[in-house]
Design a protein around this ligand. Structure first.
Ligand code: AMP
Length: 207
């Protein structure tokens, strides 16, 4: 199964993409995670990408296509993969068509108002990479899984979030039509409990 998870920031695509990858036993590939890793590692890609991410802008296609192509060429992707956050522009989708077969696209959907509220409460773990929300943390500021202190992502600050949503509506939302045309897209609303949404996604992937 080669699948893409498409959706606005805060819709839960990272959570659901990693749950689906674990269930199916295929690698989870998040370009946002890869770029943050490159920034933390001080690589050339990281240095190039940092200003764009901090501002809530999309990183230029050439950089992101390069890291996605390299990652999908690794042997662990031969038996399938779940892509989270790539492609995000039509140019990226066209490029991907040249180096990755796509069986299914899951469009994870949520209204803008709910997205903004979710992102305001989102906390990430610097240790295991887990994603949590203040709503379910009950006042804890440490990761419930590995006890590392949780933090808000720099690009989850409200003015940056607004910018990211604009970029999503302008650049990424049109990809729904592109994949609709290829007949591979399924939409799943994520304003329900995580296990329920995950079950619907697994069913959509199995169709
Ligand atoms: P994410 O973790 O998927 O929300 O991505 C965080 C940030 O990384 C985005 O706001 C973009 O600045 C950048 N990014 C991740 N994936 C892509 C992509 N496919 N194209 C351009 N920028 C990306």
């Amino acid at each position: 199964m080669n699948a893409i998870f498409l959706g606005p920031p805060g819709a839960g695509k990272g959570t659901h993409a990693s749950r689906a990858a674990a269930s199916l036993g295929v690698p989870y590939i998040g370009t946002g995670d890869m770029l943050r890793g490159a920034i933390a590692g001080g690589t050339r890609v990281g240095l190039e990408a940092k200003a764009y991410i901090d501002a809530g802008d999309l990183v230029p296609d050439g950089i992101v296509i390069g890291i996605a192509r390299e990652r999908l060429g690794m042997p662990d992707c031969a038996g399938g993969f779940i892509l989270d956050g790539f492609p995000r522009t039509i140019e990226q989708a066209w490029a991907l068509a040249g180096f990755g077969r796509i069986d299914r696209v899951i469009s994870v959907e949520l209204d803008d108002e709910a997205l903004i509220e979710r992102i305001a409460g989102r906390r990430v773990c610097g240790g295991c990479g887990g994603i949590h929300n203040v709503e379910t943390l009950g006042g804890r500021d440490e990761c419930p899984v590995c006890s590392t202190p949780l933090a808000r992502r720099g690009d989850d600050e409200p003015d940056v979030v607004r910018h990211r949503l604009e970029a999503y509506h302008r650049e990424t939302a049109p990809l729904r039509d592109y994949y609709m045309g290829l007949g591979v897209i399924k939409s799943v609303r994520s304003d329900r409990p995580v296990p329920e949404v995950s079950a619907d996604i697994l069913a959509a992937l199995a169709e």
